[in-house]
Design a protein around this ligand. Structure first.
Ligand SMILES: Cc1cc2nc3c(=O)[nH]c(=O)nc-3n(C[C@H](O)[C@H](O)[C@H](O)COP(=O)(O)O)c2cc1C
Length: 257
């Protein structure tokens, strides 16, 4: 998306993937000549709380900003408005925003295969339209600024409350993946992929730190050795798949007026 934008504008492009902890050690600095896309997944209806402080530490210095969230076919609730507000409060001027369905971390059927070709084309069109808006309206964008309008409740934002049978709320914060010793070859891939750096590389059956349930270790293990067996997690996943598994959600794009 940002690459398509840069090619439409004929400007330089740099990408920072901050999934891994070492990439979040220092915050980049931006200024008035920059256009910055922030992309985060929706976690329980909001910007993931563990990555929030990193995004809050990034100063815009008058750069234009484009908040983008992904979500796993249920809803993005307040995540997009929260990300927009983080950018605005830190000196970015938001001019566009988007929400894209993306395969849910818990599942392969919730938004399975998304983003697909159509989503990627939409992302490119989105980027080109932003380039057009900026090129055609430099004065209105740089003068009186109104943050891009997006759906969601203003602060304090709401967390989505997951419930299972008998209206029981679930709390899966302490749930961690299990490792099948018969399948695990201790290759260490899961430890290298863990966004929290929580898996022990010499013995991947040990998860010492926080698990955010991103599913990277489960989905990417070449031997299928990792799984989450917690009954509340599995029931929540089952209910989500039942309710949202066959729904086709469309990407939503928003532009400054
Ligand atoms: C802890 C957690 C909470 C999530 N909460 C939501 C949610 O509230 N709504 C939703 O549609 N998807 C939710 N998801 C799915 C993610 O938003 C989806 O997997 C993500 O956007 C995909 O991006 P990624 O591949 O970068 O993780 C959640 C995922 C996790 C791990």
């Amino acid at each position: 998306m940002a690459r398509s934008f840069a090619s439409a504008m004929g400007c330089d492009f740099a990408e920072m993937d901050v999934t891994l902890p070492e990439k979040r050690e220092s915050a980049p600095l931006f200024g008035v000549d920059d256009v910055v896309f922030f992309g985060v997944p929706t976690y329980i209806g909001r910007v993931p709380n563990l990555i929030r402080p990193f995004f809050v530490s990034i100063k815009g210095g008058g750069a234009l900003g484009i908040p983008v969230v992904t979500y796993g076919n249920r809803a993005y609730d307040d995540a997009l408005v929260e990300l927009r507000d983080i950018m605005e409060e830190n000196g970015f001027k938001t001019v566009a925003a988007a929400a894209f369905p993306a395969e849910h971390s818990f599942s392969t059927t919730l938004a399975g295969g998304r983003p697909n070709e159509k989503d990627l084309q939409l992302a490119k069109d989105f980027a080109r339209k932003i380039a057009e808006i900026i090129t055609n309206n430099p004065h209105s964008i740089c003068g009186d600024h109104t943050p891009v309008a997006v759906p969601g409740n203003p602060a304090p934002y709401s967390y989505y409350k997951a419930v299972i049978s008998d209206n029981k709320s679930i709390d899966i914060r302490k749930v961690k993946p299990m490792t099948d010793p018969e399948k695990c070859t201790k290759c260490g891939l899961c430890a290298l992929l863990c966004p929290m750096g929580s898996i022990n590389i010499s013995d991947p059956s040990i998860t010492n730190g926080i698990c955010i349930k991103c599913g990277a270790c489960i989905k990417k293990c070449p031997r299928g050795a990792k799984s989450i067996t917690d009954p509340d997690y599995l029931e929540h996943k089952r209910l989500l798949e039942e309710e949202y598994g066959n729904v086709i959600k469309k990407a939503e794009l928003f532009y400054t007026t």
